[in-house]
Design a binder for this molecule. Structure first.
Ligand SMILES: O=C1O[C@H](COP(=O)(O)O)[C@@H](O)[C@H](O)[C@H]1O
Length: 208
C-alpha cells in the first residue's frame, strides 16, 4: 500500500507566517519554481512578500490557474499579481506560456474555494490524478458568480508534482469542506488531491 501523505495544519495562521514559508522555499541557490493561487485570499500575503528581500531572479513564478481574461481585466489573477509585485524583480509567467508538461515545483501554493475547488479544478471538471494534459482549459459549471469566466489550470498531477504543497484557507464554511475532505467524507477536488500519495501538505488556516 502507498504511504499516506503527511498533512500538517497550522491554525490561526497569519500572512507573515505564510510569507515566511514562501521566502524559505525561495531561499535556495539556482533555478526555483513556485506556483501560487489567485482569488482574494493570497493578496495580503503577496503584499507582504513584496516587502521582503527575496532574490526573484532565477525564480519561475506562475499562477496555478487563472481566468481567461485580458491581463488588465479586474478579474485577472495575473494582472493583479504583477501589479502587487511591481516594485520587485519578480516576473510572473503566464500559464499559457509554461512548458507542457511543466517542471516539478519547489513549492506549490494553492487556495481552495467554498465548493472544494483547487486551482481552477472545479468539481464539475472531475479532476483525476492521471489526467492529461498537465495544463487544461475549462468552463466551470456552474460558473462561480464572483468570477464567471473560462479558466486555465494545472491539473491534479501537475499540482502534485512538487516538493511541497501549502494550502492557505480561511473561514468556517471552507474549513468544514476541508475537514470533510480530510476525513474522506467528500469527493471534491481538494479531497482527490489529499488522498493521493504525494509531497507533504502544510495547511495555513485562519478564521477570518
Ligand atoms: O477562482 C479562484 O478561487 C480560489 C479561491 O479563491 P478565494 O477568493 O476564495 O481565495 C483560488 O484558490 C483560485 O486560485 C482562484 O482562481
Amino acid at each position: 500500500m502507498s504511504e499516506a501523505r503527511a498533512i500538517d495544519i497550522i491554525e490561526n495562521a497569519t500572512s507573515a507566517m505564510v510569507a515566511d514559508a514562501v521566502q524559505a522555499a525561495l531561499h535556495k541557490q539556482g533555478r526555483r519554481a513556485i506556483a501560487v493561487p489567485g482569488g482574494s485570499t493570497p493578496f495580503p500575503i503577496f503584499a507582504e512578500l513584496a516587502k521582503r528581500p527575496i532574490q526573484w531572479d532565477d525564480v519561475l513564478l506562475i499562477l496555478g490557474d487563472d481566468r481567461l481574461v485580458p491581463a488588465d481585466h479586474q478579474a485577472s489573477n495575473h494582472g493583479r499579481l504583477a501589479n502587487t509585485l511591481e516594485a520587485t524583480e519578480a516576473v510572473v509567467t503566464p500559464l499559457q506560456e509554461l512548458d507542457n508538461p511543466p517542471p516539478r515545483f519547489d513549492l506549490m501554493w494553492i487556495g481552495m474555494g467554498a465548493d472544494g475547488h483547487i486551482a481552477s479544478l472545479f468539481p464539475s471538471s472531475d479532476p483525476r490524478p492521471d489526467g492529461d494534459p498537465a495544463i487544461v482549459t475549462l468552463t466551470p459549471d456552474p460558473l462561480p458568480p464572483e468570477a464567471p469566466f473560462d479558466r486555465i489550470s494545472l491539473n491534479l498531477a501537475a499540482i502534485n508534482n512538487s516538493d511541497a504543497i501549502i494550502l492557505v484557507g480561511k473561514g468556517k464554511e471552507k474549513r468544514a469542506i476541508f475537514d470533510a475532505a480530510m476525513a474522506n467524507e467528500n469527493d471534491l477536488p481538494i479531497a482527490r488531491l489529499l488522498r493521493i500519495p504525494g509531497p507533504p501538505v502544510t495547511v495555513y488556516w485562519s478564521e477570518s
